[in-house]
Design a protein around this ligand. Structure first.
Ligand SMILES: *[C@@H]1O[C@H](CO)[C@@H](O)[C@H](O)[C@H]1NC(C)=O
Ligand SMILES: *[C@@H]1O[C@H](CO)[C@@H](O)[C@H](O)[C@H]1NC(C)=O
Ligand SMILES: *[C@@H]1O[C@H](CO)[C@@H](O)[C@H](O)[C@H]1NC(C)=O
Ligand SMILES: *[C@@H]1O[C@H](CO)[C@@H](O)[C@H](O)[C@H]1NC(C)=O
Ligand SMILES: *[C@@H]1O[C@H](CO)[C@@H](O)[C@H](O)[C@H]1NC(C)=O
Ligand SMILES: CC(=O)N[C@H]1CO[C@H](CO)[C@@H](O)[C@@H]1O
Length: 628
């Protein structure tokens, strides 16, 4: 076979271990068994966190072996698969054999290749698979790894799972029992199900694709964990996310959109190798959806699937196994003991830890959140009441870019808010928190229905709690963007307790004894009443109907000393000023805009400033890693 002389120019182990690198035309082939399933499919899986509605009675696993021209590897792989324990379950085996590339080069040894293909097919035909259906697909031309992977499966139901295995892998006899355990525990058990999980990788995790990402470090208690990256050495795929990926891939391919994601090593691979590989597509999809993969961490570099890294395109000469196989002889713990999902750790592409599904609905939930994320002396509370989804997403990309982690989002309950929580952004459900405050009689309210009053009451109550926990609090409206991160890192100037930006809708309450003395229940009550009274004042502009305006008014009435920050060059209104990138660099802390500014105008203006950093997938156009 034609080995690439430049084989070691990048760490290829993630993306290719078949020798089909050069050949990448996509053919229209189909397998009748997998085609045109009419199962109803909801493209918005991410917002409907429901468990598949069945038991594992119908569960079926199909192994997809992707092979090319390495008969020795393939036979080792198939032998290991048939030596595994299937506990009387029906397990299907589908073998996809890519064709060699037909070239015009008369020096190519076609006779040799033809007879090698023949040997492989004879071997596969003679290979006995007694656990279920065996099916062989022999390509008529070279399709390459991308099509081998993508066309290997179209799930026919929510109970069908695929385990994709490239030909130089070897699996442990225990692998199936473990995979089934994962499926039973994390897919069929509703209390451990998460719509974020797209499958499981049995390879030993070693690679962090985010540039300048963290070193992989896991403690010995972490035997199963979640990580965004796909593994290509023994990957279990769940049906719904895979279908969703295929639809997404189709849409992007059809529109000529490339899977570029700045800050990722894999994007560099894509730029070099294009459609010969598939992982950059899948990685981009996973990033945009905020999905995760299950992984194992067994001691002594052991895994249930290992790659022999046989000579081929990636490896000029055989590199040998990447890990040690965990088999019955070396098993020294209970493999099937699986922790509840809530105990597992989640890691992003930077191998930074993610804390998903933090939704604060009551006061006792707040403390844990604040403490868990605080390395600094302040908390940023962002109100999302009148903020569009796109603007919110863009804001969160800036937080990631600037390494701002000490924030909590606050908004009315919506699928969007819950989806933000699923992706690891802590949120406060204003409606539920308000009901909690009423039910617990934390504060004596009259019957309040106005959204503004609810938001203002909850925000001011939460500020009080954060002060009591010992932190300063920023309250910011989501219609803003930080220009740099430093403002939020230093709120220690002791001259004032309250910093108010009326037009920028920003408030800083400094953690001090005198601030806490002012910010008491009676103050919160007055703030709520003031918010209620704004309803009748129709002269007030929309921009004044917000938390900061109300708080400033009450503070003024009380005669409390406040520091105005609008006239300190703190913020710039991007609608009314012609600020450009250079003038923003000039010590400005935030930019903001009116509630009334239309989304297309906001986007246009932010694009001009280079501050619109979400892409067509509504996700950040870059992964930015920070050492943690
Ligand atoms: C696949 O089939 C469609 C319609 O049958 C056709 O338009 C398209 O060109 C085909 N693609 C390839 C790569 O042959
Ligand atoms: C799914 O589960 C829900 C609640 O557990 C039940 O009401 C519904 O009938 C189930 N649907 C199907 C198709 O089994
Ligand atoms: C489902 O998961 C929960 C939490 O881990 C566990 O307590 C329960 O026993 C599991 N149910 C089944 C049927 O295994
Ligand atoms: C924070 O601000 C205060 C006062 O402005 C200053 O004295 C202090 O050095 C700053 N701290 C940091 C870490 O920048
Ligand atoms: C934006 O600014 C222009 C003037 O520069 C003004 O006419 C317009 O009303 C403003 N729009 C909003 C939504 O503030
Ligand atoms: C990558 C990593 O941190 N692996 C760890 C997995 O768990 C063992 C203990 O069981 C650690 O020693 C490894 O460092």
């Amino acid at each position: 076979m034609a080995a690439n002389p430049k084989k070691s120019f990048i760490p290829l182990f993630l993306i290719l271990s078949l020798s089909s690198l050069f050949l990448f035309s996509l053919y229209n082939f189909s397998l009748p068994q997998f085609q045109s399933s009419q199962t109803s499919f909801n493209q918005n899986q991410c917002t409907t966190p429901t468990s598949p509605n069945h038991t594992n009675a119908n569960f079926v696993l199909t192994i997809k072996v992707l092979a090319f021209d390495r008969i020795a590897s393939l036979s080792r792989c198939l032998r290991s698969l048939s030596n595994a324990h299937y506990h009387n379950d029906r397990v299907n085996l589908h073998i996809f054999i890519d064709h060699f590339k037909i070239t015009d080069d008369s020096t190519d040894n076609f006779d040799g290749k033809l007879s090698e293909s023949r040997r492989i097919l004879d071997f596969v035909d003679g290979f006995v698979w007694e656990f279920g259906e065996k099916l062989v697909l022999y390509r008529t031309g070279n399709v390459g790894l991308q099509a081998q992977w993508l066309e290997s499966w179209w799930p026919s139901s929510d109970d069908e799972f695929a385990f994709v295995v490239e030909d130089d892998l070897e699996v442990s006899p225990l692998y199936y029992g473990f995979l089934k355990g994962l499926i039973v525990n994390y897919y069929y058990n509703a209390s451990n199900f998460s719509p974020s999980i797209y499958g499981a990788s049995l390879q030993r995790p070693r690679f962090v694709p985010g540039k300048h990402g963290n070193k992989m470090q896991l403690d010995s208690g972490t035997r199963v964990f979640l990580y965004q990256l796909v593994g290509t050495w023994g990957q279990l795929l769940f049906p719904r996310p895979w279908k969703e990926f295929r639809f997404w891939y189709d849409a992007h391919k059809a529109k000529g959109i490339k899977p570029f994601l700045q800050g990722m090593v894999t994007t560099g691979w894509y730029k070099k190798m294009g459609e010969r590989i598939w992982t950059p597509w899948f990685i981009k999809f996973i990033h945009s959806r905020g999905y995760f993969n299950l992984y194992t961490n067994f001691s002594h570099e052991r895994a249930l699937s290992i790659s022999h890294r046989d000579a081929g395109v990636n490896y000029g000469k055989t590199a040998g196994p990447d890990s040690y196989l965990l088999d019955e002889k070396s098993l020294d713990f209970n493999l099937l003991e699986m922790q509840p999902l809530s105990k597992l750790k989640w890691f992003d592409f930077c191998f930074g830890q993610v804390l998903p599904n933090i939704v604060v609905r009551s006061s006792n939930e707040l403390g844990a959140v604040v403490h868990s994320q605080q390395k600094l002396d302040s908390v940023i509370l962002v109100t999302l009441q009148k903020v569009s989804e796109a603007v919110t997403r863009n804001l969160l990309c800036h937080f990631e870019r600037l390494n701002i982690q000490n924030y909590i989002l606050m908004g009315p309950k919506s699928n969007f808010l819950l989806d933000l929580a699923r992706r690891g952004h802590p949120v406060i459900d204003v409606g539920q928190f308000f009901d909690h405050m009423k039910n617990q009689k934390l504060i004596a309210f009259q019957e309040i229905s106005m959204e503004l009053t609810k938001e203002v009451s909850v925000a001011s109550y939460i500020v009080k709690m954060i002060l009591e926990l010992g932190y300063s609090t920023w309250v910011l409206d989501g219609n803003m963007l930080p220009v740099s991160g430093d403002i939020f890192f230093n709120s220690t100037n002791p001259n004032y307790d309250f910093y108010v930006g009326k037009s920028s809708k920003a408030l800083l309450v400094r953690n001090s004894l005198s601030a806490r003395k002012n910010w008491v229940d009676d103050f919160i009550y007055k703030v709520a009443m003031m918010a209620g009274s704004l309803k009748s004042k129709d002269l007030l502009s929309v921009d004044d109907r917000n938390f900061v305006y109300v708080v400033a008014k009450v503070l003024e009435q009380k005669g409390v000393k406040i520091k105005r920050i609008d006239n300190m060059g703190f913020g710039v209104n991007i609608n009314t000023s012609n600020a450009d990138q250079t003038s923003l660099g000039d010590g400005k802390k935030i930019i903001f805009w009116s509630f009334e500014m239309r989304l297309d105008l906001i986007q246009k203006r932010l694009e001009e400033l280079g501050m619109w950093i979400v892409d067509g997938d509504s996700s950040c156009n870059a992964v930015v890693c920070h050492q943690s």
